[in-house]
Design a protein around this ligand. Structure first.
Ligand code: SF4
Length: 713
């Protein structure tokens, strides 16, 4: 170590929504190491395998895989060649301006990412909705958390996880549903293990179609059939009513709509639900008794198993009902706590960076909200009609309605359902800009213009983790080549687009940003007086006092740990709402031709499409290649043995890979990890099989279930 040049920089891990703090070690030029930040309240120094190997994704060898210079192709048939930033962004501005002039603002779209920092999100959103006047900006967070958002809004009135990580240690019962926390949020799972060790009486219930590592830690495991969550939660409420476990005083004082739901759950006897869910009726009763036990603090932790469903919003609502009916919310160790998949899905929502939102948790449909944002942005108006959500957006590209598309920091050719159709859409689109750190993603191949973006350890701004905690992200080294920060690229493009549209002055005034802190100040101002008010935060405060939970308004001594402590909810009546939800089937039923239920998910040591984790050799030791897991009986029926090559097929496409017997699955179920795409195999991977059907409220697609067949090759 060259002690003269050695430096340490506090930042965060760029993978999951736990939002662990890291200390990046560098030699003045290069990142040389990483360790957990002992002072960060999300992890207190702990890191999982992915976080602990972050520095290995920044070695000279891995940096060579990065996009380093702008590259443009003049026609689809031509190869891309290097351009200057000026030439690249002027070309993009001219193409976007011509498209807008000829076909209108809604003929262009932006598809961004929960990996972006809040400042990046803010600028892209302002560019689309403010400067161009289209709400066609959506994000890969649509695939991740949008059903959690609608679930919260339907019931509690706002998109605000009411709990904190500290609640895990204070709970008497942990209800973990649709979340393999042990693999997907490993550092948070360490808290669960600690809580159990400190309190052996702690009851852990795990609901999951697979017997995951998380399920192994359960005192009660409910291996439900995919998509049957509502039946389970309604049946638990049925038992709670029958056994007098509901808190009638809380329901009367703080909620509305209970009678309509009560009439529905009357039919959800444990025996009725047991058939739909595929779990024993007595286990449903036991889960309800543990969850609803008088005086016990119950905390629910849930994730994609609920969200990635064609009825994900109602899955969320049905689980939140259990907290409202028992009054187990707004108290230590209590509440419905959605675990965020991506590092900054929360920050993106706060900045309003989705086709259906405005900054500061404002609604497009609300004229006052639109007027407030128009005033803050210095524009006449922002459009009212919702833009296209992720699946709809790529359908519109496929249909030729979107003619210019800007993709930033995400890989839709691999990560969206029905990925082969997405590839077709990208190939047809007149002009595709891909702003990326990595030059070799499945999506980069479709870029007419590839813009190199800086990445973890090279850029600064803020992120918000699952518990509403905002952390500073800092740069420890320069980006490779000519890569620039995402917000900087977006702001520069905006000013050039303004010139191309004949609105140079307006664009210059809207996008004066030369430092990310200017953007944070603008973003914070949009939250003034709102439920997520962060006008009391600044870069200096976050650096000096550490990460803070929102809200943290001007004058607040610190952020707020827990929401709804007073039982008042941000709805018109101030009461939380029960929603009359009923069991709904999955979008695609199994049949004789496609008799197996596919579910997809994460592995412990990989992240999303592996752009970054795929560059770290050590992370393959857990699972070196994608393997399709089946129950041993299903293997036997097909005369398959471990390692055999098979073709898995759905109505959308097929994929060839090896199989393995797994006792984590019941017969008729199949599991495939989501990580591998065309960079590693001859298909888009799991999303060659998945279905694009989506929830009508959240527009989140059903990535957790598809009907497939498996044949030996
Ligand atoms: Fe990073 Fe999540 Fe692991 Fe923490 S738990 S180190 S945020 S991947």
């Amino acid at each position: 170590r060259d002690s003269e040049r050695y430096a340490e920089t506090k930042s965060t891990c760029c993978y999951c929504g736990v939002g662990c703090g890291v200390i990046i070690e560098s030699d003045g030029e290069r990142i040389t190491g990483v360790r957990g930040d002992p002072d960060h309240p999300a992890n207190f120094g702990r890191l999982c395998t992915k976080g602990a190997t972050l520095h290995l994704s920044a070695t000279p060898a891995t940096l060579a895989l990065r996009a380093a210079h702008p590259e443009l192709r003049e026609s689809k048939a031509a190869p891309r060649s290097r351009r200057s930033w000026d030439a690249a962004l002027d070309h993009a501005a001219a193409r976007f301006a011509a498209t807008i002039r000829e076909h209108g603002p809604d003929s262009v779209a932006f598809y961004v990412s929960g990996q972006l920092l809040t400042e990046d999100y803010y600028v892209f959103n302002k560019l689309a909705k403010g400067l161009i006047g289209t709400n066609n900006i959506d994000t890969n967070s649509r695939l991740c958390m949008s059903s959690a958002v609608t679930g919260y809004k339907m019931t509690l009135g706002a998109d605000a996880p009411p709990c904190a990580y500290d609640d895990i240690a204070q709970a008497d019962c942990l209800f973990i549903a649709g979340s393999n926390t042990a693999w997907a949020h490993p550092v948070l799972f360490r808290r669960i293990e600690d809580a159990k060790k400190a309190n052996p009486e702690l009851k852990i219930i795990v609901v999951d179609p697979r017997r995951t590592d998380t399920a192994e830690a359960a005192d009660l495991f409910l291996p439900i059939l995919p998509g049957s969550d509502i039946a389970l939660y309604n049946a638990m409420l049925h038992v709670m009513l029958w056994e007098g476990l509901v808190d009638n005083a809380y329901i009367a004082a703080h909620t509305e709509g209970f009678e309509a739901l009560k009439a529905i759950v009357r039919d959800y006897t444990p025996a009725f639900a047991a058939d739909l869910c595929g779990v024993p009726a007595e286990d449903i009763v036991k889960a309800a008794q543990w969850f609803g036990a008088a005086g016990a603090a119950t905390l629910s932790l849930y994730c994609q198993g609920l969200n990635q469903s064609s009825h994900g919003s109602h899955n969320n609502a049905a689980l939140i009902h259990l907290h409202l009916a028992t009054g187990k919310i707004g108290k230590p160790g209590c509440g419905p706590f959605s675990l965020t998949g991506q590092p900054n899905a929360m920050g993106g929502r706060e900045a309003g960076g989705m086709a259906t939102l405005l900054p500061g948790h404002r609604e497009l449909a609300n004229p006052e909200h639109r007027a407030e944002i128009a005033e803050l942005w210095g524009v006449d108006s922002v459009p009212e009609a919702p833009g296209l959500s992720a699946v709809e957006l790529f359908d519109a590209v496929h249909a030729g309605k979107i003619k210019a598309l800007w993709i930033a920091c995400t890989n839709p050719a691999q990560s969206l359902p029905e990925a082969d159709k997405v590839r077709e859409a990208l190939a047809r689109c007149d002009f595709v800009v891909v702003q990326e750190a990595y030059a070799d993603t499945d999506t980069a191949e479709f870029a007419d213009l590839l813009l190199p973006a800086s990445s973890w350890g090279e850029k600064e701004g803020t992120v918000t983790n699952s518990e509403r905690r905002i952390s500073r992200v800092l740069a420890a080294s320069a980006a490779p080549g000519e890569a620039r920060a995402d917000w900087d690229i977006a702001a520069d493009f905006s000013r050039r687009l303004g010139i191309a549209l004949g609105r140079a002055q307006q664009a210059a005034a809207m996008f004066p940003y030369v430092r990310s802190e200017q953007i944070f100040i603008d973003h914070a101002e949009t939250t003034r007086g709102r439920d997520l008010d962060i006008t009391g935060l600044s870069y200096a405060r976050l650096e000096n006092q550490g990460p803070q939970q929102w809200p943290c308004p001007t004058g607040a001594a610190s952020g707020r740990t827990r929401l709804y402590v007073d039982g008042v909810f941000p709805t018109p009546s101030g009461r939380a709402r029960f929603v009359a939800v009923k069991h709904q089937p999955t979008a695609e039923a199994i049949d004789a031709r496609y008799p197996l239920r596919l579910t997809t998910g994460r592995l412990r040591d990989q992240w999303h499409g592996m752009s970054r984790t795929g560059t770290v050799a050590r992370l393959y030791s857990h699972e070196p290649e994608p393997v399709l897991e089946l129950n041993a009986k299903d293997m036997e029926r097909r005369q398959l043995k471990d390692g055999d090559l098979v073709r898995a097929k759905s109505r959308r496409g097929g994929i060839a890979l090896r199989v393995r017997a797994s006792d984590t699955l019941r017969t008729g179920q199949v599991f495939l990890p989501m990580h591998w795409g065309r960079r590693f195999m001859d298909s888009a991977g799991a999303n060659a099989l998945t279905i694009a059907a989506f929830d009508p409220y959240s527009k989140q697609p059903e990535l957790k279930h598809a009907a497939i067949q498996v044949e030996k090759l």
